[in-house]
Design a protein around this ligand. Structure first.
Ligand SMILES: C[S@@+](CC[C@H](N)C(=O)[O-])C[C@H]1O[C@@H](n2cnc3c(N)ncnc32)[C@H](O)[C@@H]1O
Length: 323
């Protein structure tokens, strides 16, 4: 593979503009029920708070998925093959890929994330830790089209999508996203994906209501971002974090609950809240392996192997696009 002109670590800014944030917030607060997409949690502070959630004892997904990656790295490497183009949408801290890099030895690693500053810092740090690794980090919104930031070499492409981030999409959007991933990796390409499993309500709800209150801070950070970037006047003391399992659709729902009757202003717009009224900020769908494999099949992805921990809390699944 030719060395790119930017050296071993290349940074690309293909991020959406602030208008997207303003428009999504104003539209989302005007509709009923009120909702703001979860992608807006993630600026540098939101990414830092997410990493702190991952370290909470109640938040089983991260440590369970990391244990699966460690335990099955050799099998994963066999499926993926050597010298692939490894694409990671929503890469965050790129913590999990570190468990695979030495084994996979990809031709290049493409972390992609909406949290620009955090992504670029992480990519630079990864470059220092893995001097042999070619890195192309792109700040993107993966709910839009996925485009590779450079002309990639003609090698096998594999996407890595851990953290059960797929659960943040409603199932039809998840299917669209998976279809775009399948198109991006192309025929013969692969997808290694982490998917959180259905389980008892208590375990699920504890994971999103940690005793240290980090998830609550993460949720409320959205309001702080609206205040700082869009000129809002949310009183963070007047809203509370709420997360619960809704077993009809099979998802954890995260909301911000208004604790009183209040009016919030954002720029020239104003929004009246009743006591108890909520802003829906995130869904996190849970799937059995069969349910998820059916969703992926509808997007053109065939399940090759699935791994689960003994308690069946979390799954790691490997898919291929039919040739
Ligand atoms: C739930 S975290 C998972 C982080 C990491 N992959 C892991 O497994 O721990 C979701 C990640 O996706 C990023 N993200 C969320 N929405 C995004 C979007 N629309 N486009 C690009 N990145 C996004 C966030 O910044 C964050 O790093």
């Amino acid at each position: 593979m030719n060395r790119p002109a930017c050296g071993r670590v290349c940074l690309y800014d293909q991020s959406p503009v602030t208008d997207d944030f303003r428009q999504s917030v104003l539209t989302g607060l005007a509709r009923r029920p009120r909702a703001i997409p979860p992608k807006f949690f993630y600026d540098a502070e939101g990414s830092r708070l997410f990493d702190a959630i991952c370290a909470c004892p109640e938040y089983y997904p991260t440590r369970t998925e990391k244990a699966l990656l460690q335990r099955h790295a050799a099998e994963i490497a066999e499926w993926v093959g050597p010298a692939c183009l490894l694409i990671e949408p929503g890469s965050g801290s790129s913590d999990k890929v570190r468990l695979l890099l030495d084994m996979l030895r990809p031709a290049a690693y493409l972390p992609m994330d909406i949290s620009r500053h955090y992504l670029f810092e992480t990519a630079r740090q990864l470059g220092r830790e893995y001097p042999w690794l070619e890195i192309h980090a792109a700040c993107v919104d993966f709910t839009q089209a996925i485009s590779l930031p450079f002309a990639p070499p003609a090698v096998r492409r594999v996407a890595f999508f851990p953290g059960s981030s797929i659960g943040n999409f409603d199932p039809p959007d998840a299917r669209h996203f998976l279809r775009r991933v399948a198109e991006t990796v192309g025929p013969g390409g692969g997808l290694l994906i982490g998917v959180d499993c259905k389980k008892d309500r208590q375990r699920l709800e504890a994971a999103y209501n940690d005793a240290a209150g980090i998830t609550a801070r993460f949720n409320l950070h959205l309001l702080a971002r609206i205040n700082a970037e869009l000129g809002g006047d949310f009183d963070l003391e007047a809203f509370a974090h709420r997360a619960f399992y809704n077993d009809g659709p099979g998802r954890i729902e995260m909301h911000l609950v208004s604790l009183s009757a209040q009016t919030v202003h954002i720029g020239g717009a104003s929004f009246d809240f009743e006591p108890g009224e909520t802003i829906h900020t995130e869904n996190s769908y849970k799937y059995t392996i069969t349910e998820f494999a059916e969703l992926a099949a509808a997007a053109g992805l065939a399940l090759r192997e699935a791994w689960q921990d003994e308690e069946k809390l979390f799954s790691l699944q490997y898919y291929e696009v039919a040739t």
